[in-house]
Ligand binder design. Sequence first.
Ligand SMILES: O=C(O)C1=C[C@@H](OP(=O)(O)O)[C@@H](O)[C@H](O)C1
Ligand SMILES: C=C(OP(=O)(O)O)C(=O)O
Length: 448
Amino acid sequence: MSTPDFRARSPWASLTDVDKVHVSPVSPGSIQTSLTVPGSKSFTNRALIMAALAEGTSTLAGILKSDDSYWCLGALRALGVKSEVDGDTVTLHGCGGRWPEEEAELYIGAAGTTARFLPGPLAAAGNGVYKVEASKRMSERPVEPLMEALEELGADVHYIDKKGFYPLEIHAGGLPGKEVTISGKLSSQFISGLLLTGACTQEGLRIRIPDYIVQHAYVHITLDLMNQFGVPVTYNEDLTDMQVPAKNFQGRSMALEADASTASYFMALAALTAGTVRINNLTMDTNQPDIGMVDVFEKMGCHVEKGSTYIEVTGPEQLSGGFELSMKEMSDQTLTVAALAPFADAPITIRDVEHIRHHESDRIHAACTELQKMGIRVDEYSDGLKVYPGTPIGVSLHSYDDHRVAMALSLVGAKVPGIYIEDPGCVSKTCPTFYDLFEAAGVPIKFS
Ligand SMILES: O=C(O)C1=C[C@@H](OP(=O)(O)O)[C@@H](O)[C@H](O)C1
Ligand SMILES: C=C(OP(=O)(O)O)C(=O)O
C-alpha cells in the first residue's frame, strides 16, 4: 500500500498535519447551496507553460493554486522565467522561445501535465542540461512513448534511475522538427506535450496518431489555447493528423475556466443527497471532458439546469442504475461514478478505462478495494468495474495519495455514518480547498 509522498505537497497545500477526516452524513434534501470552484488544472498548467515560452507578458486570472500548478510555476522559475502571483492571478514575463537558464534542476511534483508537457519544450527551446525530478508516483507513471518520440526528433534524454521513467536529464540543443508518430491509447498528455514541442521546433511538426486518443477533449483544450497564444495548429477531425507551425507563442491576458472535474464532486453531492448544488462559474460551454458528468447525473435521475452562467444539479429520492458507461473520454470521473453506484437501484458498469491504472493510483483497483472494504459487491475488469447496489458500512478508507480517490470517497461519507478518509491532504494536488467547500456546502467535516 502506498505511503504519501509528502515532498510533492507544496506550500499551496492544506491539511499537511492531518491524518484523517471524518465525513458525516447529511439528511436528504438538506444541501441547498451554490458555490464557486477553483480554476482548471488543465488550463492552468497549459497556460503557464505557453505564457512562459511566449514573447511578451501574460496575465492569467483565475489560476488553480494547488500542488500541480505550484510545482509547474516553480519549474518555470528555475528555467529563468520571472513571474508574480497576486491572489489567483499570475503575471509571467515570457522568455521569447528560449529558456534563459542553460542549466537547471527542476522538481515537478506529481503532475502528469507538467511531466508530459515540459520535456519537449525543454529539448526544443533549451540549450543546456536540465535535470527533472518528479514525485514517487509520477516516477512510476509512463513517459517512455513521449520520450521515444522526442528522441526520434533528435532529443537527448538520459534516464537517471530506470529506463523509461522519471527522474531524467535532457541535454538540450534545439530540435529540427518535421514528423513524428505516437500512440494516443495510453495518455492524451503525450500528444499535448508534442503539440507544445512542435511550436518550439525549427521547422514545425507533423504529429500522426496511428490509433486513437484517450480523452481527446484534452488535446482540443491544448489546440484552443495554442491558438489563443498565437500558434494555430491545423488538424483533421479525429485528431490523428496535426500540423504545428514553428512559431513563438505570443503573451496575452486571459481568464481561465473553472475546473469541471472539481465541480463534478459537488454536483455528485447533490445527486447523492437529494439536494441542490449550483456551480456558479461553470457552464456547458467548455471543452473539459468531465462536463460529460452532467449527462451521467441525468441518466441517474437528477434534474439538471444548464444556465448561461451556471449549472445546477438536483438529486432524486432514489438514484437510478442499470447501465454500462464507456468512460474513456472522461476517465478522471470513474471514481466519482463508482462512489455513487452503491446507492443506485441497479448495478453500474464502467468500461474502457484501462489507462487509469497508470494515474495517481491504480484507480480501478483502488475503487474496487475500498468499495469492498465497505461491504459492497464489485467485479473488477482489466478496463473497468461493475458496482452492485448495497448498504455501505462505515469504515476508514485509504486514499492512495490520490486526490480523486479522497474526493470521491468523501461523497460516501455524506450518506453513510462512520466514514473516515485517510490522508485527506492529498486533495491538494488539484483542490486544496476541497474540504472547506464540502463543509460550506453543508457536510460536517472533522479532522484528526
Ligand atoms: O491534459 C490534461 O490536462 C489531462 C489529461 C488526462 O490525462 P490522460 O490523457 O493521461 O489520461 C486527464 O486524466 C488529466 O487529469 C488531465
Ligand atoms: C490523472 C490526473 O492527473 P494528471 O494530470 O497528473 O495526469 C487527474 O487529475 O485525475
